[in-house]
Design a protein around this ligand. Structure first.
Ligand SMILES: N[C@@H](CCC(=O)N[C@@H](CS)C(=O)NCC(=O)O)C(=O)O
Length: 251
């Protein structure tokens, strides 16, 4: 029996990418919660594994050569797990390049743009005095999310999955794209994406991946509450100096 992989995790789209992958690949794992609203991502122990103070990250006690290895950045983790298991990440070079193209597209475009769209739509209104100040940003990122879902919809013309088969690309994209409607997107305009969402949602491993750490997920704190202000302080307005201070507090 192999030793479980430690998954440093909080239930958010980037965290679910990896719980889904571990479930799909049937790898044993233990959750190591990193409460990002409470600043646990700044603890020196976690920063050693994940220097960018973001989850997810993993520690595989049975890495290359049988020695432990840690990996941060969800795209790097998905590629590592795909290579380790030989699953959902083709070894044929041409097929692998297609997976890499779309995985990097997720990492460089979908994740960051959806993240900004969510920030300006869901969080920023509680952080500014005058909502007119964020109107331009809300529109900019909503448009970008809309454009990206359009790219995905075109890609899915005549195909069930983004690459030739269900792959780590779906694991990276699905947790974000399924949230698009709550980011205010009219998903009626994207029938192929909707069918793709249904196809993925039906997979038992995806359902298990989403259920991982469900008990950690609390309703978002009430706007203007002390809890919300504390979480916002942790998550927004980070600078190099503020991270150093937070790390010192956590040590
Ligand atoms: N590019 C990173 C992004 C990870 C990321 O943004 N994680 C967020 C939660 S979804 C986080 O840990 N935030 C903590 C913070 O902002 O301090 C990846 O894909 O792994």
């Amino acid at each position: 029996m192999s030793q479980p992989i430690e998954l440093y995790f909080w239930p958010t789209p980037n965290g679910w990418k990896i719980s889904i992958a571990l479930e799909e690949m049937e790898l044993p794992y233990v959750l190591k919660p990193v409460n990002i609203g409470a600043g646990e991502q700044f603890s020196p122990g976690f920063l050693k594994i994940s220097p960018n103070n973001r989850m997810p990250a993993i520690v595989d006690p049975e890495g290359p050569g049988g020695e432990p290895i840690s990996v941060f950045e969800s795209g790097a983790i998905l590629q590592y797990l795909g290579r380790k298991t030989g699953q959902f990440y083709p070894s044929d070079e041409r097929a692998r390049i297609v997976v890499d193209e779309w995985l990097f597209w997720q990492m460089a475009s979908v994740g960051p743009m959806f993240g900004q769209a969510s920030h300006f739509r869901n969080y920023a209104p509680n952080l500014v005095d005058d909502p007119a100040r964020i109107e331009y940003s809300v529109t900019r990122y909503n448009n970008e999310v809309n454009r990206l879902i359009g790219v995905l919809d075109r890609r899915l013309e005549g195909r069930d999955f983004v690459a030739d088969q269900y792959s780590i690309v779906e694991m990276s994209l699905y947790p974000w794209v399924k949230l698009a409607s709550i980011f205010g997107q009219d998903m009626g305009a994207f029938p192929r994406v909707n069918a793709w969402i249904d196809r993925i949602a039906a997979r038992p491993a995806v359902q298990r991946g989403f259920a991982a750490g469900a008990e950690l997920r609390k309703p978002p704190p009430a706007p203007g509450s002390k809890e919300q202000q504390e979480a916002a302080k942790m998550l927004f307005g980070q600078t190099a100096a503020s991270i150093a201070q937070a790390a010192a507090k956590q040590s």
